[in-house]
Design a protein around this ligand. Structure first.
Ligand SMILES: [Zn+2]
Ligand SMILES: [Zn+2]
Ligand SMILES: [Zn+2]
Ligand SMILES: [Zn+2]
Ligand SMILES: [Zn+2]
Ligand SMILES: [Zn+2]
Length: 169
């Protein structure tokens, strides 16, 4: 322990002593008005606390403390990979997109849902640039995940600057 800390005590900040690095134990949490966060009155560290949601409208909830809004639907399956909310009628689709290959092994245009058999309404694959740790670049479909082809860095840069978002893995 630091000699100054031994005489004067620690100077806690955000969970640690700024002089000697000791960890603050025994936080004294105090709720903060208007936000769902507690703060330690000794070291000023903060922690998130659960929101206090109350219903407002059909599937909407608002936190009575901080005002955060969320939607919680009560989805039930409705066939064809769709689900519908029992309360408000909102629909969502939940397809299991996959690659379709032709008999000679090449990729077919478009992704297909394994569960219901429909073809991705976008028509074709939706290519995004993906970089690989080895420094190579690929075009992959953002819907079904199929690797479409390998591209060189120049093309990757060009496509990235044209709105094909780069994702790395
Ligand atoms: Zn200290
Ligand atoms: Zn503390
Ligand atoms: Zn809240
Ligand atoms: Zn709903
Ligand atoms: Zn489907
Ligand atoms: Zn696809």
């Amino acid at each position: 322990m630091n000699i100054i800390c031994r005489i004067w005590g620690h100077r806690w900040k955000d969970g640690f002593c700024i002089r000697c690095g000791s960890e603050h134990e025994g936080h004294e949490w105090a709720p903060q008005p208007g936000i769902c966060v507690d703060k330690c009155v000794i070291c000023n560290m903060s922690r998130e606390t659960p929101h206090n949601f109350s219903p407002r409208g059909k599937c909407e909830y608002v936190c009575t403390n901080c005002g955060k809004q969320v939607q919680r639907h009560n989805y039930v399956p409705k066939g064809d990979c769709r689900a519908v909310c029992l309360n408000c009628g909102a629909e969502r689709s939940d397809h299991k997109w996959n690659v379709v290959k032709t008999s000679n092994g090449s990729l077919k245009n478009g992704c297909k849902c394994l569960a219901c058999g429909i073809i991705n309404p976008e028509g074709e694959h939706v290519p995004v640039v993906k970089s690989h740790v080895s420094g190579t670049f690929f075009l992959v479909c953002s819907v079904c995940g199929a690797t479409l082809r390998e591209i060189d860095k120049e093309e990757a840069m060009r496509l990235s600057s044209h709105g094909h978002k780069e994702v790395s893995k």
